[in-house]
Ligand binder design. Sequence first.
Ligand code: GDP
Length: 139
Amino acid sequence: MLERTLSIIKPDAVSKKLIGSIVSRFETAGLKVVGIKMQTLSKEEAGQFYSVHREQPFFENLISFMSSGPTVAITLEGEDAVAKNRALMGATDPQKADQGTIRADFAESIDANAVHGSDSPENAAIEIPFFFRSLDLCF
Ligand code: GDP
């Protein structure tokens, strides 16, 4: 099914100059960039984005890290975009991520794990408008 999903290139990967390499993986896999935007999130914005994790012990670390530097939000479109992006990303913990995935190749730790990706079409529909107005997305 033709879907959209949200990817975020996290501050660790932006600071390591991996934007191009990561976008290239999406495009090579047949996912089309329909929106792209760079921003440094405030702690409040990061907390709002990750509000489902509010009660988790790692929440403070997560929002400090996500607001520590520039991030790149990307809306991707393609057949089964949500699952395809999750497969390209690899497991949350880079040590457990399959070889050849973005996290296995580029991430250092479960905190600094290079990318975010929506985990369901339902969450993608919430996460995309967090960063993009419909007018910001191209077809
Ligand atoms: P994702 O969808 O693979 O990014 O994982 P989640 O949505 O479950 O978690 C969001 C982010 O919180 C992850 O990408 C990690 O950076 C962080 N995180 C999740 N679980 C843990 C954990 O057990 N410990 C720590 N330190 N961070 C975690």
